[in-house]
Design a protein around this ligand. Structure first.
Ligand code: PMP
Length: 307
């Protein structure tokens, strides 16, 4: 939950969350015409800093998502980074925190179109683990991933999260933790809010950027760690559904998910049915880098000193 008392940024000003009011006629609320980001800041107790992970990369993706909806941001990427740091300094959360930038068509008008003014908001909320990190049970969803020529997953559009909500809801009602999407062609795409990796015969594999995925920042980070620290090059290639059943390990990656091992898919154990050694090792390395505890990856995070 987001507290009304917290500072946020809204259309050029720092205001309290509770002071932002939206009309029910807001275009984005009616038609899903918004884009957003999800960024994490990890609390580093040793240094008494928040370490904001991949800040610039998230705003670069935000800008690209905005292009899809013809939203011209009133700020540069650098300015958006600075605004975000200022919100964190004001709220001073001494815990792991999620940052949500949002740009949306704010016109109070009826009619489906995109030539409309946009608003920009950025708010923060406490966030521990978004999912269990000790082994998820997944199903392949009967809902297909939105395709690039209908609702591009590459852009983080608010409206397309109806697709992921339908899949997660169906998975939960059937007793699973999470859903895995296939593309319209039947290849493995991604999970609801995470990319997917498989380990098969010692090779690390992930669906390509043409598989209707969001081009995950954690996905890139994991590929870097796998190559640099484990000597594992990632193959980006089409993945057939039954490769999920044949894999030795499967794990999901995302800002919220972090690195979440999958131990069961469609009621079949993944590999041994236990968290695998590669997922477990990558999880450990990722947290070290993300929390700003590893000099070699200092460039991944921006430290915020809290008063
Ligand atoms: N796919 C989808 C649909 C997502 O919402 C997310 C979360 N942003 C991801 C993948 C993972 O992306 P990232 O690693 O950049 O958080």
């Amino acid at each position: 939950t987001v507290s009304d008392a917290e500072w946020c940024y809204h259309d050029g000003e720092f205001v309290r969350v509770g002071d932002v009011r939206l009309s029910p006629a807001t275009h984005a609320l009616n038609y899903g015409t918004g884009v957003f980001e999800g960024i994490r800041a990890y609390w580093n107790a040793g240094r008494q800093t928040l370490q904001v992970l991949k800040l610039r990369e998230h705003y670069e993706r935000f800008e690209k998502s905005c292009r899809v909806l013809h939203i011209e941001l009133p700020h540069t990427v650098d300015e958006l980074c600075e605004i975000t740091l200022e919100i964190l300094r004001r709220n001073a959360p001494r815990e792991d925190t999620y940052i949500r930038p949002l740009a949306y068509k704010s016109a109070e008008s009826i009619g489906v179109k995109l030539e409309l003014p946009a608003s920009v908001s950025i708010f923060t909320a406490p966030m521990g683990n978004y999912v269990e990190l000790t082994g998820l049970r997944c199903c392949v969803s009967s809902w297909r991933r939105v395709s690039d020529n209908a609702m591009p997953a590459r852009a983080k559009l608010t409206g397309s999260y109806v697709n992921t909500a339908l899949a997660v809801d169906a998975a939960h009602r059937a007793g699973y933790d999470e859903a895995i999407f296939l593309t319209h062609d039947g290849f493995v795409s991604e999970a609801s809010a995470a990319n997917i990796f498989l380990l098969r015969k010692g090779r690390l594999i992930t669906p390509p950027v043409t598989a209707d995925i969001l081009e995950g920042i954690t996905r890139d980070a994991v590929m870097e760690l796998a190559l640099e620290e484990l000597g594992l090059e990632t193959e980006e290639r089409d993945v057939a559904r039954t490769e999920l059943y044949a894999a030795d390990e499967v794990f999901l990656t995302g800002t919220g998910f972090q690195i979440a091992p999958v131990v069961e898919i469609d009621d079949r154990p993944v590999g041994s049915g236990e968290v695998g050694p590669v997922a477990s090792r990558l999880q450990e390395l990722y947290f070290r880098a993300a929390r700003g505890e590893w000099e070699k990856y200092a460039g991944w995070t921006v430290p915020v000193e809290l008063k």
